[in-house]
Design a protein around this ligand. Structure first.
Ligand code: LLP
Length: 422
């Protein structure tokens, strides 16, 4: 489903004009389509129906309580990474038995919380972590269900910052080391290794690396099973990309089919941890033009959203399409502009060298494909309050996070007594 479309020249999310929301909540704001998110989940779930499976939405992509609820209500699990994400997941009513917990550096406190909450799987990334989990589980009088995170050394052909399954990556355990580690279970009485996990990267645009990694991990699982381990889960991570421009990407159903084919003959429960593919194109960041200006070489459109709201263009050089909320007049000549924010860095841009219809102060622009890793990576840099988030369903919209206030910015800060007074 296309969540965003023009209706009589004005951009709408489902049946709500973006301009109406802008009028009510101010700018910038994040906007998500309930129907589009739910539809993506159902498409994937449907395609996996033939085999036992669990879709754990990677909540790092978009962790608002309301968004988590969309998934939880459909029966999804969540992929979590920190104590903070565990807290958010439980607060949203997630079933702990549908939580998978990854992360290369889980603290003792985080492991303790995870075991107390009885999450489905701790995805373990090192020998020392495995030993720590065993000790903590013993102190709690619990057993820990564990999947070993395998680094399958497969190049996902994506931005280097988000490639996680390369030989040199910090993530996971090399295949040879997994073979050595698995028998340790015998000496770690609180550990039950019941799965293998891998996640090779994000914004992956072809199925072949995902299939190659899945096949390697599946082969290893069989080996471990033959050696006496009770493998029940294969967690093949997330990573499927989305089109940010017009590019052709594998469909969710083809991805599901490819993963299913690897796992089906083995009888394991397939876990997938998609983030971006479920929410990325269901969201946008809406911003207002403040000024335009021109110097000897460039035209600038200065908007009220900035790198603190959406860091992907600055951090990864990512492309996000930008649409005028009021459709351009027919025949309006596009201008090549840099769309920049108010933050005090030259790295603060949302688009560079972008042909856009002429923009004027007060115009609204929608920065598209911002549903994943948009708000969740936002910061208060330059003491900019975090933008509100809005969820649309049909012809209704709901504020699912209020705009931060200036008072929110200094909450928790303390001035020592010696600095008080004149
Ligand atoms: N599972 C694990 C263990 C992960 O580390 C990630 C993402 C996912 C699942 C979900 O991946 P997805 O399906 O969304 O590709 N900030 C970056 C993306 C970082 C991804 C980190 N890990 C960006 O804005 O492109």
């Amino acid at each position: 489903m296309h969540a965003f479309h023009y209706e009589q020249g004005t951009l709408c999310c489902e049946a709500v004009p973006l301009a109406v929301i802008a009028q009510a909540v101010g700018t910038p704001f994040y906007l998500y389509s309930y129907t589009a998110i739910r539809q993506q989940y159902l498409t994937l779930d449907q395609a996996l129906q033939p085999i036992p499976h669990l879709i754990c939405f990677a909540m790092k992509a978009c962790s608002n309580q309301a968004i988590l609820k969309v998934f939880i209500r459909e029966g999804a699990g969540l992929d979590i990474l920190t104590g903070g994400e565990l807290y958010r997941a439980l607060a949203a009513g997630a079933d702990p038995h549908k939580l998978v917990y990854a992360g290369v550096g889980k603290s003792r406190a985080e492991i303790t919380e995870a075991l107390r909450s009885d999450v489905l799987l701790l995805n373990v990334e090192s020998r020392q972590e495995l030993e720590a989990i065993d000790a903590i589980a013993a102190s709690l009088g619990k057993r820990a269900r564990v999947a070993l995170r395998v680094n399958p050394a497969v190049d996902p052909n994506t931005h280097p910052y988000i490639a996680t399954g390369l030989k040199q990556s910090k993530f996971g355990i090399e295949i040879a080391q997994v073979r050595e580690l698995a028998p340790m279970q015998a000496n770690l009485p609180r550990i039950e290794i019941i799965g293998l996990h891998c996640h090779i990267g994000s914004q992956i645009t072809q199925l072949s690396p995902l299939v190659e990694a899945a096949a390697k991990v599946a082969g290893l699982a069989q080996e471990l099973q033959d050696a006496g381990l009770d493998i029940r889960y294969l967690d093949l991570g997330g990573g499927l990309g989305i089109p940010y421009q017009e590019e052709q990407l594998p469909a969710l159903s083809d991805y599901a089919e490819a993963m299913r084919q690897v796992v089906a003959p083995l009888g394991y429960t397939l876990i997938l941890e998609p983030g971006r593919a479920l929410v990325g194109n269901a969201g946008a960041l809406v911003t207002r033009v403040l000024y335009t200006k021109q110097n000897a070489t460039r035209q600038f459109v200065v908007v009220d959203a900035a790198m603190n709201d959406l860091i992907r263009p600055s951090l990864y050089g990512s492309y996000h399409a930008i649409l005028p909320v009021e459709e351009a007049q027919a025949g309006a000549e596009p201008m090549v502009v840099d769309v920049v924010g108010p933050v005090c860095e030259s790295g603060d841009f949302l688009a560079r060298d972008r042909p856009l219809p002429p923009a004027y102060p007060g115009d609204l622009l929608a920065v598209m494909s911002a549903g994943a890793y948009g708000f969740s990576m936002a910061s208060n840099y330059n003491s900019r309050p975090l933008a509100p988030e809005v969820l649309v369903r049909g012809d209704e919209y709901f504020i699912i996070r209020e705009r931060q206030t200036y008072a929110d910015l200094i909450r928790g800060e303390k001035v020592p007594a010696f600095l008080e007074g004149a």
